[in-house]
Structure formats: structure tokens, C-alpha cells
Design a protein around this ligand. Structure first.
Ligand SMILES: [Zn+2]
Length: 250
């Protein structure tokens, strides 16, 4: 039976600890236990998205144990990345350009030492553009050692869902940065949403990714807007794809 360090024991009994961490720390109360489990063929990983979406895994790289963390841009930033990717005609070129542009979406003072911008397969029409850090687990025994020696720091904060004024760029700001790096990112001049007209479900229509029923620009002067909710036709309205230089959809 693996020893459970007192801080982990306390964490496990706290009502505030999220279920994914309870499962993870119950199974692997120390880094040593996690490394042992990987060596025995187990897949050691936890996904959490309380403040920032990230995955923590223990893996072997070239025979050596590593704690790997992948941090995901928040959904607003992701919309700019995915729409730019879809607008681009060539997935390979688009991927290379987005990976090159990714650090520029972050506030200037963010230290990316030890962080790689990488792409991982997504489940949909677009891969995921992520920040990855790998730290050797060889000299680490407890998770406290790991957390204290290798805090996720500001990168974790700037990717947070919570708007602090010091976040990854999103909306029209992200679109401008991606365009400056040669990507066909497009923002609505009226509402600022990131747009694509190469969404697989709505080819040829400018939409943002959340619009499963078609475009619904918040700035559109909807003639049905003042009607009683029982008469609401909910027609939405088109976006204004400012600065778009995309050709017709193939
Ligand atoms: Zn709009």
C-alpha cells in the first residue's frame, strides 16, 4: 500500500476537492506511485477545467518518467483559432502558422521557458492548439514537491475562463493578431465575434462557432426584436465580416 502524504490525505477529505482530483490522488497519492503505475502499464492522466482547462499526465519519454501538462486556450480564444483554421484552405500550412502565432496571443510578460506550442488531434473538424510542458519526474517523490518546484504560474492564470484583464487575446484582438501572422482570421465588425464561412455545417455563410441555428449577430437590428416573446420569430441576422479577403467557398 502506498503511503499517503498528510497534505494529500487532507485534500482527499475536503468537500471542496473536485471529483477528478479525488480519483487521481486516491489512485496515485505520490508522483512515485504514479510513475510506478505507468511502468506497470496504466494510463495516468487527469483532466480538469475548474479555472483553466488542462490535462496532467505521467508518461515515459525515451525511457524516463515525465510529468506532462497540456493547457488549453479558453473557449473565446479557441473560437478565433478554430475559425482562422477553417478559413484557411490548407490544414498543414494553417497549423504551422497558428503554432507560430500562438505565443503572440498571450500578454507580453508571460514567460514561456519550458513551454512548447503544439498541436494535438481533436475530435471534430479541427485539431487542438495547446501549450505543453514536460518536467522530469525522476527526482520527485510527492505532488507537493512537484507543485512547489514547478508551479504552472501565470500561463495558468491567463488561460483562465475568468476575465481578469490579463488573459489570452480573444475576439477581435485575437483576430487582429492572427491576421498579422498571415492567417485568414475574420471578425464581425458589428459584434466582434470570430467568424468562418467554411463551417462544415454552414458552408458559404459567415457564422461564429456557437451558432447552430445560423448567424445571429448581436448588433443586427432585428425587426422582430420588440415583439412579445410568443410572437418572436428569432430570425437572427447576418454578421459583418470586416476585412475578409477570403475567396468563394469551394
Ligand atoms: Zn456580428
Amino acid at each position: 500500500m502506498t503511503e499517503v502524504p498528510p497534505d494529500v490525505a487532507e485534500y482527499l477529505t475536503s468537500p471542496d476537492t473536485l471529483p477528478e482530483w479525488v480519483r487521481f490522488y486516491r489512485a496515485y497519492p505520490t508522483v512515485t506511485a504514479a510513475v510506478q503505475a505507468v511502468g506497470d502499464g496504466e494510463s495516468v492522466a487527469v483532466f480538469t477545467s475548474e479555472h483553466t482547462a488542462y490535462v496532467q499526465r505521467v508518461i515515459f519519454v525515451e525511457g524516463k518518467p515525465v510529468i506532462a501538462v497540456v493547457l488549453y486556450p479558453n473557449s473565446q480564444a479557441r473560437e478565433a483559432l478554430v475559425t482562422a483554421y477553417l478559413n484557411h484552405g490548407d490544414p498543414e500550412t494553417a497549423t504551422a502558422a497558428i503554432l507560430q502565432a500562438l505565443p503572440y496571443l498571450l500578454p507580453e510578460d508571460i514567460d514561456l521557458t519550458g513551454i512548447d506550442c503544439v498541436v494535438e488531434p481533436g475530435k471534430g473538424a479541427c485539431p487542438r492548439f495547446v501549450f505543453r510542458r514536460r518536467v522530469s519526474a525522476a527526482a520527485l517523490h510527492t505532488w507537493r514537491d512537484y507543485d512547489e518546484l514547478h508551479p504552472l504560474g501565470e500561463l495558468y492564470q491567463v488561460l483562465s475562463w475568468h476575465c481578469t484583464g490579463h488573459n489570452i487575446a480573444e475576439g477581435s484582438e485575437a483576430v487582429a493578431i492572427l491576421r498579422a501572422h498571415g492567417l485568414p482570421a475574420v471578425g464581425c465588425a458589428a459584434c466582434g465575434e470570430s467568424l468562418t464561412k467554411r463551417h462544415p455545417a454552414r458552408p458559404g455563410t459567415w457564422v461564429c462557432l456557437a451558432e447552430e441555428y445560423g448567424p445571429h449577430c448581436e448588433a443586427f437590428d432585428d425587426p422582430f426584436r420588440e415583439l412579445h416573446e410568443l410572437d418572436d420569430a428569432g430570425i437572427g441576422g447576418p454578421h459583418d465580416p470586416a476585412g475578409s479577403d477570403l475567396g468563394p467557398v469551394a
